[in-house]
Design a protein around this ligand. Sequence first.
Ligand code: PBG
Length: 323
Amino acid sequence: MLLRRNRRLRTTEATRALVRENTITPNDFLVPLFVVEGKGIKEEIPSMPNYYRFSLDLLTTEVKALWNMGLKAVLLFVKVPDNLKDNKGTEALNPEGLMQRAIKTVKDAAPDMLVMTDIALDPYSSYGHDGIVKDGYITNDPTVSVLAQMALSHAQAGADFVAPSDMMDGRILAIRELLEKEDFKNTGIMSYSAKYASAFYGPFRDALDSAPGFGDKKTYQMDFANRDEAVKETLMDIDEGADIVMVKPGLCYLDIVRDIRDVVDVPVAVYQVSGEYSMLKAAAEKGWLDHDAVMLEQLTAIKRAGAHIIASYFAKDVVKLLG
Ligand code: PBG
């Protein structure tokens, strides 16, 4: 006689719902937003169907819509005009720069929206690299001091969290120390602590026109063959003062997410990146995959692996789907 029948707990949707271990809610998400100069601009990113760059006036409308859907946190990225790019990140520190104005725009549109900002030099770099280039090398320490200034500038403009995505050594400590010194004690740091040199970032670089002008990012972003190194990077960032740590990309890196979740005592974020979004959109357009079903399965898998927070271009789609 069978005493344990596992299928009993799968008999009806009500039973399945009762015993479900992981669910998706609007509280899980960070919504990435791409911002451009200009007026009246809502332009679709060619390699990211149904995802847009917004000028500040239309960013207001978008942010209000997100807030009304229950999405309460955004992650801001800016597309910087070419004539403002250099090798020092000068424009990144402009108190009237696009990012600094975007932060204020979001806060005006939805005062309780949590605002996170990307900290890295690539959108500002004439070389399309995340740091200052010298003799063909992406320097570390000179870059870190600019990144810390950049984080301070975003905090001054009203950012709640800064999110360094550059993978330089020691940047979390430098940012934390400067924020403390300048009395931004409650400005958080979400560190992209295990960020891999990934080919899945392609569509994002189209969105911001930020592809590297020479070489690749393998001297600072991690080698995708490595697993133990992700734990080392993450623990070091926590020691340096990171409030939230992140694994990026998402789906191909769920082993890393679980390793990290098992050893840290801070929230773990996962970035489901642009290429992951575009792959599903393309397959769905061809009628090869069921968009909504696969989206929900992938996002749930990211949570199941151990994510507390998911940065995803699907945030609006999934919240609409869940009603
Ligand atoms: C900038 C940055 C990148 C992403 C987030 N911040 C691109 C990169 O490192 O080249 C990628 C996000 C995505 O692909 O969705 N440093």
